[in-house]
Design a protein around this ligand. Structure first.
Ligand code: 5AD
Ligand code: SF4
Length: 460
C-alpha cells in the first residue's frame, strides 16, 4: 500500500505557518507524507485564519472546490478527507460543518496533538456511514505543547519557534482571545531544547512567535522568566546569530526586555510593536490599556537602548467612533515616531467582539479615504528608510537562491529583502551571514555586492 498524502493549505499569520508544520509532524508517524496539491492528497487540511474579513466565506468557497474534487475522486473509488483547522474552525466550525457536508473534520488550535485520533475516527465514520462529522474545538487543554512531537521538520536558516499562545488582553476589535483561548507560555527548558534542535538543523535566525509574545512568562526552574531573560538564554546557544520576536504588545514591554535589546547583540534591531491608533480616546475604546504618549515613551526608551532600532506596526482606521481629529492623531503619531514597515487595516466588525455592536460605526467610504492617507505616509517612510540604506554595508543572512541564475537572496537585520548577483557558488553562501554593500534600491528590495573583496572574488 502506498503512503497516504496530506495537503495543508495555510491562511494568515506566521503562527499558522508554524502550526501547519506541527500538523505535518504529528501526521508523519501515522503514515502521512505531504502533498503539494489537493489532487494528490488523501487528506486536505485548511489551516484557517479569522483575523481578516470574510474569513469564513473564503473557507466556504475553498470547500466548494474541494467538494467537486472529492466527488470526482469518489467516482474513481478514492476517498479524500476534508478537515478545517485553525481559528475559523474554532469560532464557526460546528456551523460550517452543518452548512458544508463536504467537511469531514473540524479541529481547533488547541487540539493538534489529537489529530491522528481525530483523523482515524473521521476515516472510520466515512468508510462505515459515508459521512463524517468529527468536531474538536475544546479550549480546555493548555498542555498542547507537551504532546507535540519532539522532532520537527528542518525549517532552514530562518526558523520559527512558538513560545506563547493565546491572549488575555481582550482588545475590543479582536477575536484572538475567543479563538485562541487564555495565555499560556512554554517552559524555558522546552524552548531552549527546541531552539538547540533548530540550530543543529541549520537555523541561524529564530523568530519567537506568540499572539502576545512579550507577555511570555515561562517557567524557569520554579519561577517565571520574561521574554528578556528567555532571549538572554537563547543568545548563549552557539550558532544562533539572530533572534526576533512577534507579535508584541506595548503594555508588556518591561525594563528587562528593553535591557535585553541594549545588551544582547543577537536581538535584531527590528521590532513589530502594534499601536493600532494614535488617539487616546480610540486607544481606550479599543481597550489597549496605554496612551499615545506612553507608546512614544516606550519607543524612546527602546531607541535609547538600541539606537538603530527600526519599528514596524499595525494600524486600524475607522474604529467605531473615530473622528477626523482621532485619525489626525494617528497621522501625527506616524509622522513623529517613524515606521519602516506597517500593516494597516480598515476596521471590520468581528461577530462576538464588543466593538462589533457599537452604534457609532464609521462609513466605508470614510474608512477608505483614511486608509489611503495613512498608507501613503507609511509607504513614504518605508521608501525613505530603504533609500537611506544606499551605500551602507549591512550583514545579510542568505536564505535561498534568487529568481535569476547566479543570484542569492536573504534578509538584512531590518527584515529588508536583499539580493546579490553574480554568485557562482551559491551553496557556500546559503545559511550564512555576509556583509553586503547596498548598491541599488528596488521597489520591494535592496540589492548589493558582497562587501569583502576576497569573499567577493571567491564567489565568482
Ligand atoms: N478589524 C480590522 N483589523 C483588525 N485586526 C485585528 N482585528 C481587526 C478587526 N476587527 C488587525 C490588528 C491586529 C492585526 C493582526 O490585525 O491591527 O494587530
Ligand atoms: Fe488581539 Fe493582540 Fe489585542 Fe490580544 S493583544 S486581543 S491578540 S489585538
Amino acid at each position: 500500500m502506498s503512503a497516504k498524502r496530506v495537503h495543508i493549505k495555510t491562511y494568515g499569520c506566521q503562527m499558522n505557518v508554524y502550526d501547519s508544520a506541527r500538523m505535518a509532524d504529528v501526521l508523519a508517524p501515522i503514515g502521512y507524507q505531504t502533498a503539494d496539491s489537493p489532487e494528490e492528497a488523501d487528506l486536505v487540511i485548511l489551516n484557517t485564519c479569522h483575523i481578516r474579513e470574510k474569513a469564513a466565506e473564503k473557507v466556504y468557497s475553498e470547500v466548494g472546490r474541494l467538494r467537486a474534487l472529492k466527488e470526482r475522486k469518489a467516482l474513481d473509488g478514492e476517498q479524500m478527507l476534508v478537515a478545517i483547522g485553525g481559528c475559523v474552525a474554532q469560532a464557526q466550525g460546528a456551523e460550517m460543518m452543518r452548512r458544508a457536508p463536504a467537511i469531514d473534520l473540524v479541529f481547533g488550535p488547541q487540539t493538534y496533538q489529537e489529530l491522528p485520533t481525530l483523523i482515524a475516527k473521521a476515516e472510520r465514520d466515512l468508510a462505515e456511514t459515508g459521512r463524517s462529522r468529527v468536531v474538536a474545538v475544546d479550549l480546555a487543554t493548555d498542555e498542547k505543547f507537551d504532546h507535540l512531537p519532539q522532532e520537527s521538520a528542518p525549517q532552514g536558516s530562518s526558523a520559527f519557534l512558538t513560545i506563547q499562545e493565546g491572549c488575555d488582553k481582550f482588545c475590543t476589535f479582536c477575536v484572538v482571545p475567543y479563538t485562541r483561548g487564555a495565555e499560556y507560555s512554554r517552559p524555558v527548558g522546552d524552548v531552549l531544547a527546541e531552539a538547540r534542535r533548530l540550530v543543529e538543523q541549520g537555523a541561524v535566525d529564530i523568530t519567537l512567535l506568540g499572539q502576545n509574545v512579550n507577555a511570555y512568562h515561562g517557567d524557569d526552574g520554579g519561577s517565571p522568566a520574561g521574554l528578556g531573560a528567555l532571549m538572554r538564554h537563547l543568545a548563549a546557544i552557539e550558532g544562533l546569530e539572530r533572534i526576533r520576536y512577534t507579535t508584541s504588545h506595548p503594555r508588556d514591554v518591561d525594563d528587562e526586555l528593553i535591557a535585553a535589546h541594549r545588551d544582547v547583540p543577537e536581538i535584531m534591531p527590528f521590532l513589530h510593536l502594534p499601536v493600532q491608533s494614535g488617539s487616546d480616546r480610540i486607544l481606550q475604546a479599543m481597550n489597549r490599556r496605554h496612551t499615545a504618549a506612553e507608546y512614544r515613551d516606550i519607543v524612546a526608551r527602546l531607541r535609547e537602548a538600541r539606537p538603530d532600532l527600526a519599528l514596524s506596526s499595525d494600524f486600524i482606521v475607522g474604529f467605531p467612533g473615530e473622528t477626523d481629529e482621532d485619525f489626525e492623531a494617528t497621522m501625527d503619531l506616524v509622522r513623529t515616531v517613524g515606521f519602516v514597515m506597517a500593516y494597516s487595516f480598515k476596521y471590520s466588525p468581528r461577530p462576538g467582539t464588543p466593538a462589533a455592536d457599537h452604534a457609532d460605526q464609521v462609513p466605508e467610504d470614510v474608512k477608505s479615504v483614511r486608509l489611503a492617507t495613512l498608507q501613503a505616509e507609511l509607504s513614504r517612510q518605508q521608501n525613505a528608510f530603504n533609500a537611506s540604506c544606499l551605500g551602507e554595508t549591512m550583514p545579510v543572512l542568505f536564505e535561498r537562491r534568487g529568481r535569476h541564475a547566479g543570484q542569492i537572496a536573504g534578509r538584512s537585520p531590518f527584515m529588508q529583502a536583499v539580493s546579490v548577483d553574480g554568485v557562482d557558488n551559491a551553496e557556500a553562501f546559503i545559511g550564512r551571514i555576509f556583509p553586503v554593500e547596498i548598491t541599488s534600491i528596488l521597489p520591494n528590495s535592496l540589492s548589493g555586492r558582497i562587501a569583502d573583496q576576497q569573499t567577493r572574488a571567491a564567489a565568482q
